[in-house]
Design a protein around this ligand. Structure first.
Ligand code: SF4
Length: 63
């Protein structure tokens, strides 16, 4: 699956990191880094991350 984070919106709340730590993490500078092509097995967790993000910055790309 493909995901995208709008880094202009992201405020590093890290809710996505808690929801899907396999795909999202914070680097040493507290900047969000993420796997844009996470395994399909993580879909439920990614969907949780989409819902958890307080600024709606996480998107699942279709197709
Ligand atoms: S939950 Fe949203 S605002 Fe927070 S780090 Fe993730 S994408 Fe950024």
């Amino acid at each position: 699956m493909k995901i995208r984070v709008d880094m202009a919106k992201c405020e590093t709340h890290a809710q996505c990191v808690f929801a899907a730590p396999e795909a999202f993490s914070l680097d040493d500078d507290d900047e969000l880094v993420y796997d844009a092509n996470p395994d399909d097995a993580l879909r439920a967790k990614i969907e949780q991350a989409v819902l958890a993000c307080p600024v709606q910055a996480v998107f699942i790309e279709q197709g």
